[in-house]
Design a protein around this ligand. Structure first.
Ligand code: SAM
Ligand code: SF4
Length: 332
C-alpha cells in the first residue's frame, strides 16, 4: 500500500470528486452563462485515463469517489466508466462510488447504477415549481427530473437533494421543497451560491445567506441541531414535524475548510486541491507521459501537500466572480 495522501495541515485526503465532462443539458443561471464554450472532446480524459486516476487515488487511501461534471450522465457511454470503477467496489478497495446529477437522465441509468454498486445519488433540485425550474435552468423540464428521482428510488438508490439558495427565488417555495424531500425520505441540503465563473449576472443579486433562509424555515418548522457530521461541510438539523433532515452548506458566511478531506479532478485532468483556490496540477500531462502510475501518484502527492488551508470566497467588485473557472468545469 502506498503512503496515504496527507496535506500540510495533517488532513488526509480520502475523497475524490472526479469530473467526467464540463458539458450539461441544463444551463443553471448560478452555474453557467447562457453561451458557454466547452472543451473539445480530445481534451477530456479518456475512460481509461479516468480509471487510472481513480486507481492511483485509491492506492493512496481514497475511499470515496463521486463522479460529477457538468452533467456526468450526458457523457457518451458513461456507463463504461461506472462499469470499470465498480471493480474497485467489488474487490473492496473502494468504500463508496456515487454521483451528483441533475437527474434528467436518471430514468435511463438508475437501474444499471444500482446493479453496479452505486448506493446513493445526490440530485440537484432548486424548486418544485415547473415554471421557476425552467427559468432557473434556462429551459429544463421539471417533470423529467421528478421521473429521474422516482426511477432512482425505485431502483433502490438513496437520494439526497441539493438546492442552491438564491435571493428572490428560494424563499418562496422552500417549504414545498422540504415537504417533498421529507415525504420521499430524502435529506435536503441547502447551499450558498459561490462566486465561481462568469455567469452573465451579478453574484450579489443572487446571494442569499443561509442564516436568513434558516430564520424563515424556523417560522414554519421546529428545527433541532444535530451533532452528526458526514465528513463534509454540511451542518444538519432535524425537523420535528417531518422527522427528516435539512443540511446547510455555508461557504460564504462560515468557513468550512478545517476538516476538508477532498480534492477534485476536472474532466480535462486538472487536479484542484481546493475548490476555492487557483492551485492546480496538470495530471493529464503526467498520465500521457511515460512515468507510469508512480509518476501519477507523485504528482497527486505534490498537489495534496500544497492543498491550501482554506478558500477565501469573496464576491468581487461589481458582483464579479472570485475565480474565473465555473463550477461545471471544476466539478461540483
Ligand atoms: N450537473 C450536476 C448537478 O447539477 O448536480 C453535477 C454538477 S453541478 C456543477 C454540482 C453542484 O454544484 C450542483 O448541486 C449545483 O447546484 C452546484 N453549483 C453550481 N454552481 C454553483 C455555485 N456557483 N455555487 C454553489 N453551488 C453551485
Ligand atoms: Fe448543469 Fe449541474 Fe451546472 Fe445546472 S448545476 S448547469 S445541472 S452542471
Amino acid at each position: 500500500m502506498a503512503v496515504p495522501f496527507v496535506d500540510g495541515f495533517g488532513r488526509r485526503v480520502k475523497y475524490l470528486r472526479l469530473s467526467v465532462t464540463d458539458r450539461c443539458d441544463l444551463r443553471c443561471r448560478y452555474c453557467m452563462s447562457e453561451a458557454m464554450t466547452f472543451l473539445p472532446s480530445k481534451e477530456l480524459l479518456t475512460f481509461e485515463e479516468l480509471d487510472r486516476v481513480a486507481r492511483c487515488f485509491i492506492a493512496s487511501g481514497v475511499e470515496k469517489i463521486r463522479v460529477t461534471g457538468g452533467e456526468p450522465l450526458v457523457r457518451k457511454e458513461i456507463m463504461q466508466l461506472f462499469r470499470s470503477l465498480s471493480r474497485y467496489l467489488a474487490d473492496g478497495r473502494l468504500r463508496e462510488l456515487t454521483l451528483t446529477t441533475n437527474a434528467t437522465q436518471l430514468s435511463r441509468y438508475a437501474e444499471e447504477l444500482a446493479v453496479l454498486g452505486v448506493r446513493r445519488v445526490n440530485v440537484s433540485l432548486d424548486t418544485l415549481d415547473p415554471d421557476k425550474f425552467t427559468m432557473i435552468t434556462r429551459g429544463g423540464l421539471l417533470a423529467r427530473v421528478l421521473e429521474g428521482i422516482a426511477a432512482a428510488q425505485a431502483a433502490g438508490l438513496a437520494v439526497k437533494l441539493n438546492a442552491v439558495a438564491l435571493k428572490g427565488f428560494t424563499e418562496d417555495g422552500i417549504d414545498d421543497l422540504i415537504g417533498f424531500a421529507h415525504a420521499g425520505g430524502m435529506t435536503l441540503t441547502l447551499i450558498e451560491t459561490m462566486p465561481l465563473g462568469e455567469i452573465g449576472a451579478d453574484r450579489i443579486d443572487q446571494f442569499l445567506p443561509l442564516s436568513s433562509l434558516r430564520r424563515q424555515i424556523e417560522q414554519r418548522w421546529t428545527l433541532v441541531d444535530l451533532a452528526e457530521r458526514t465528513g463534509g461541510p454540511a451542518r444538519y438539523v432535524r425537523l420535528i414535524e417531518t422527522g427528516g433532515k435539512v443540511g446547510f452548506i455555508t461557504p460564504m458566511t462560515h468557513n468550512f475548510c478545517e476538516d476538508c478531506n477532498r480534492v477534485r479532478v476536472t474532466a480535462s485532468g486538472v487536479l484542484h486541491p481546493c475548490l476555492g483556490q487557483a492551485n492546480a496540477v496538470n495530471l493529464k500531462r503526467v498520465l500521457r507521459g511515460d512515468g507510469g502510475d508512480a509518476a501519477v501518484m507523485q504528482a497527486i502527492g505534490f498537489a495534496v501537500r500544497g492543498k491550501p488551508h482554506g478558500h477565501d470566497f469573496q464576491i468581487g467588485p461589481g458582483g464579479r466572480p472570485a475565480l474565473a473557472r465555473h463550477m461545471s468545469a471544476t466539478g461540483g
